[in-house]
Design a protein around this ligand. Structure first.
Ligand SMILES: CC(C)=CCC/C(C)=C/CC/C(C)=C/CC/C(C)=C/[C@@H]1[C@@H](COP(=O)(O)OP(=O)(O)O)[C@]1(C)CC/C=C(\C)CC/C=C(\C)CCC=C(C)C
Length: 438
């Protein structure tokens, strides 16, 4: 995966490094002795050190997770059998009942929502803590955030423009989160990916813990450290994203949608959970915090599923198939068919179902965007509309995602922006709906 939210404009020129600090630079408890740079080819290069630390594990206590994100499967017999929702409890081959990925993830959603409930709904919307200004530190922090902004502008120009509508505090915070996600993704998807080991990811996680303890390693980390001290952002989604990168190191097949869902949560649903505490929920929104988090999660999943469907050919050339194996078999397809890359009717039918599922996640996400604070809605709508259109383009390409990359043309992208803006003006509804608190 490489990130270009909002159809980034890919630069051809080098952005000079200058991101790092010299070995000797220390400020307060910031330990700014590594360097990252953006180099030609859009890659963030890490030149620092790693340190090992402990790991986190799942909390599997979610008895009441709903099944709204489950796969609506249909038999491939063409007999028109009714759609059926997969239950959220599944039986293992040994007959024990196990939690589905959806339940595990819902547990995280509940935890995140509980953490932020009060802060997000205060009258000031967000009680942003003031900066603690140590001599010299103010400009370093501003510089750190500015650098994050530059990275965003470099990699995801339209997204960067979208953030300009947010309040300065929120904008900076989203940049800092974006940069951390970007760097994390680069570990397994960048030019040095072949050298990345699970140990390296453990050290990246240890470094993340330091960020949350207020002990950043470099200036980009310092921006994130400041962000997480000011907004009710929890470490769990960040840890989970690293888990997704670990998964990418060893796993190249997904038995069923449950496995794929977990992967999508790790690498993209987490982004939604990280972003909501910063974007804020509209004070006038009647929606439950959980429902807004669920919508954010849905947008991440929808984006990732779309990404997967767009990149089937590209991934197959790397030996990877991010498609549910059981559904492939049901459709009469095998890995060899994917590697052969021939668009057949079986493939078209399979793709139609995958696209329907991705659209359902987008639909779920849409319900939540309106609940966000007004200034945050436009960039989210824009990202949603732009990404969603990739699915339409796959259809326009007659489902040839083996050799044709579906993309949204510039005129369509430009047209989406005012549409997103118009949608962002719609305030949260005060009428009762399943989305709204009883
Ligand atoms: C406004 C907005 C979109 C904010 C999110 C900003 C942010 C922190 C982005 C980080 C994205 C990032 C670098 C993720 C790393 C993992 C990864 C690569 C995920 C894939 C993105 C795109 O992949 P790729 O680069 O391969 O795509 P292109 O080739 O360039 O097309 C993902 C597919 C997922 C990204 C997930 C999101 C943007 C989730 C967005 C959800 C929200 C912002 C929550 C909104 C709230 C509600 C209530 C709906």
């Amino acid at each position: 995966m490489s990130v270009a939210l909002f159809g980034a404009v890919y630069p051809t020129s080098e952005v000079s490094s200058g991101i790092g600090f010299p070995e000797s630079v220390r400020d307060g408890n910031w330990n700014l002795d590594s360097s990252w740079s953006i180099s030609r080819g859009r890659n963030l290069i890490y030149n620092g050190r790693f340190r090992k630390d402990r790991k986190y594990s799942w909390n599997l206590s979610c008895p009441n997770a709903g099944s709204r994100y489950s796969w609506f499967g249909e038999s491939n017999s063409g007999s028109g059998r009714k759609l059926s929702v997969v239950s959220s409890m599944v039986a293992s081959p040994a007959g024990e009942m196990m939690l589905t990925s959806e339940q595990k993830v819902y547990d995280v959603v509940l935890k995140q929502a509980a953490l932020v409930k009060r802060q997000l709904r205060s009258n000031d919307n967000l009680e942003v803590k003031p900066d603690i200004v140590l001599p010299g530190s103010r400009s370093l922090l501003s510089e750190a955030y500015d650098r994050c902004g530059e990275v965003c502008a470099e990699y995801a120009k339209t997204f960067y423009l979208g953030t300009m509508l947010m309040t300065p505090e929120r904008r900076r915070a989203i940049w800092a989160i974006y940069v951390w996600c970007r760097r994390t993704d680069e570990l397994v998807d960048g030019p040095n990916a072949s050298h990345i080991t699970p140990d390296a990811l453990d050290r990246w996680e240890a470094r993340l813990e330091d960020v949350f303890r207020g002990r950043p390693f470099d200036m980009l980390d310092a921006a994130l450290s400041d962000t997480v001290s000011k907004f009710p952002v929890d470490i769990q989604p960040f840890i989970d994203m690293i888990e997704g990168m670990r998964m990418d190191l060893w796993k190249s097949r997904y038995k069923n949608f449950d496995e794929l869902y977990l992967y999508c949560y790790y690498v993209a649903g987490t982004v939604g959970l990280m972003s909501v505490p910063v974007m804020g929920i509209a004070p006038e929104s009647q929606a439950t915090t959980e429902s807004v988090y669920n919508a954010a999660l849905a947008l991440g999943i929808a984006n990732q599923l779309t990404n997967i469907l767009r990149d089937v050919g590209e991934d197959a050339r790397r030996g990877r198939i991010y498609l549910p194996q059981d559904e492939l078999v049901q459709a009469g397809l095998s890995d060899d068919d994917i590697f052969a890359g021939k668009v057949t009717d079986k493939w078209r039918n399979f793709m139609k179902k995958q696209i329907t599922r991705a659209r359902k996640f987008f639909d779920d996400a849409e319900k939540g965007v309106t609940q966000l604070s007004s200034a945050s809605r436009w960039p989210v709508w824009a990202s949603l509309l732009l990404y969603r259109q990739i699915l339409d383009e796959i259809e326009v390409n007659d489902y040839n995602n083996f050799t044709r990359r579906a993309y949204v043309s510039k005129p369509k992208k430009i047209l989406s922006l005012p549409i997103a803006y118009a949608k962002s003006l719609v305030p949260p509804s005060r009428t009762s709906s399943p989305f709204v608190k009883a």
